[in-house]
Design a protein around this ligand. Structure first.
Ligand code: FAD
Length: 514
């Protein structure tokens, strides 16, 4: 239950600034509100689109909107936000591809704007090395257009590309390239945004900069991203994809940290890692590590291992015409790593195949609930986290990948809205990517959620320096703790750009205040 006491963001002159009289939404009169609005797109009050907007990839939260808007232009979004601003209690959520896991793109009895219905535009300027991309475009389409059309590609990715540009930029967008280029939010030069006040604005470091910094990592709270200028670089032809297994966590983290802190150009192009169970479990164990079915995991190579093992995942980009032999390039980069012979696998794959490696499985697993937990944990606490969480609570796995890889604080601009752990330069992304399967195979959904809570309890009682990534809380107190000393700034940004708290109600941060 959310208890909000005050209405801190109501501007005194709000009523005067409304050009039209206030309207209230009562069941049945909503279609009338849209009459005369002049939308080029369409509005659906029932049916499949409304049912889809009531759920997300997480599959644990459900919230029925009053309507789904299918805009055709940014101006449609302006009109919808202005309609909401003169209608008490009406909220608006942008929905990208609905891949949130805790209702973040939902609007209970509000309006959901389906960003994918604006015809995706991906306009590449090869000389300036950027692409102007609509907010509802999928990253996989951005990849294909840039590489196939121009031999160029964005610099920073997520592991899975069936996500929208606006959706990942509202969080951060991290993957194995983030240690070089920062998250995706550091790799855009300009945005076009419709603010919660209904203003359509272009923003960048130079123009409307406060809006630019607010929106990037801003959880959709300040504006709806309708266009992003994404930075590009030459795309390689191929990728050498490597996995190496470690018995000791300390050796795994030492090597991962060594690789992400080397001078630029002296390391791999991608560094990630994951924890897996020391068993033949096909989902959580040894079979999940090899890169193709012909490869085998020889446990004899790792004697006296504990309940879990660690895998470092690396990738090196190359061009077919590169003069230095690939084996020499890999050998040079591997120097100084603590490798165990016989537990290393390598394959060569096309660059696009590598980036598209995470595909929808097509099985029911993809539609089942996914109570995922994503954390940023400071380097100072990661060894204790390993002992208490990976080796204890999660020593049978989570029914899917358990990612862990280092990121560098200096690659994140503090002016942007994503919140990081407070201390060290190095912190780790920890992602428990739970795929539920019916009993007796795994835990029930409730047990998975309870396990997530237990892990957070451990982090809190041990005073770990950590933050939730893709955060969700049910009350303002949780959000205040999450933002810590950035809470005041976040509140002020809300007051500036969405003064009546129309946008992104699914996060349950600010109540609609009129
Ligand atoms: P939605 O879930 O639709 O929306 C997310 C939030 O953004 C909502 O608050 C919504 O209102 C807001 N929003 C959506 N579009 C806009 C817009 N145009 N303007 C403003 N606000 C908007 N994340 C990573 O960082 N790295 C990964 O490797 C990664 N892998 C993933 C793999 C899978 C299979 C899944 C399901 C998620 C993964 N994620 C990853 C998380 C993902 O980045 C977020 O869940 C992201 O929000 C999903 O994008 P979406 O387009 O589905 O957004």
């Amino acid at each position: 239950m959310i208890a909000f006491i005050d209405r801190p963001f109501l501007h005194e002159d709000d009523d005067e600034s409304s050009p039209e009289p206030a309207t209230t939404v009562q069941d049945g009169n909503l279609p009338n509100l849209f009459k005369g609005l002049g939308l080029l797109g369409t509005v659906e009050f029932s049916g499949g689109a409304v049912a889809t907007a009531a759920k997300d990839f997480g599959g644990v939260q459900f919230s029925q909107p009053l309507a789904v808007i299918n805009p055709l232009t940014s101006h449609d979004i302006v009109k919808v936000i202005k309609l909401a601003s003169r209608t008490p209690q009406l909220t608006v959520a942008a929905r990208g591809n609905g891949h949130s896991v805790a209702g973040q793109a939902m609007a209970h009895r509000g309006l959901v704007v389906d960003m994918k219905t604006i015809e995706p535009k991906i306009d590449v300027d090869p000389d300036a090395a950027y692409a102007d991309v609509s907010g509802g475009a999928l990253w996989e389409d951005v990849l294909k257009r840039c590489v196939l059309g121009y031999g160029l590609a964005p610099r920073s990715w997520t592991d899975y590309l069936g996500l929208t540009v606006g959706g990942t930029l509202s969080n951060a967008g991290v993957s194995g390239q983030s240690f070089i280029y920062g998250p995706q939010t550091e790799n855009v030069a300009e945005l076009e945004v419709v603010t919660g006040a209904g203003d359509l604005l272009v923003c960048s470091n130079e123009q409307n900069s406060e809006l630019f910094y607010s929106v990037l990592g801003g959880l959709g709270q300040f504006g709806i991203i309708t266009r992003a200028r994404v930075l590009l670089q030459p795309a390689p032809d191929m990728v050498r994809w490597i996995r190496v297994v470690y018995r000791e966590f300390s050796e795994f983290t030492r090597d991962a940290e060594l690789l992400v802190t080397r001078r630029e150009g002296d390391s791999f192009d991608y560094v990630e890692g994951f924890v897996f169970v020391n068993s033949d479990d096909p989902v959580n164990g040894w079979p999940s590590v090899v890169l193709n079915p012909d490869q085998h995991f020889e446990l004899a190579r790792i004697p006296a291992a504990g309940p879990v093992l660690y895998c470092l995942e690396l990738a090196l980009h190359y061009k077919n015409e590169d003069p230095t032999p690939l084996v020499d390039m890999v050998r040079r980069l591997m120097e100084g790593l603590r490798l165990t012979e016989g537990v290393r696998w390598e394959v060569n794959v096309g660059y696009m195949d590598f980036l598209l490696r995470v595909a929808t499985s097509g099985s029911g697993e993809w539609d089942a609930p996914h109570p995922w937990l994503n954390l940023f944990v400071s380097k100072a606490d990661i060894a204790e986290f390993d002992r208490l969480v990976f080796n204890h609570i999660l020593n049978h796995g989570v029914g899917g990948p358990v990612l862990i890889y280092p990121l560098l604080r200096s690659k994140w601009d503090k002016r942007k809205s994503t919140v990081l752990p407070e201390g060290e330069e190095i912190f780790y992304l920890v992602a428990l990517l739970r795929f539920w399967s019916p009993s007796p195979k795994g835990l029930s959904v409730e047990e998975m959620v309870a396990q997530n809570q237990q892990i957070l309890h451990i982090c809190n009682t041990n005073k770990f320096d950590f933050k939730l990534y893709l955060p969700h809380y049910n009350c303002m107190e949780g959000w205040k703790r999450h933002f810590g000393n950035q809470w005041t700034r976040f509140q002020q940004r809300k007051a500036s750009f969405d003064p009546t708290a129309i946008l992104a109600p699914g996060h349950k941060i600010f109540p609609r205040n009129w």
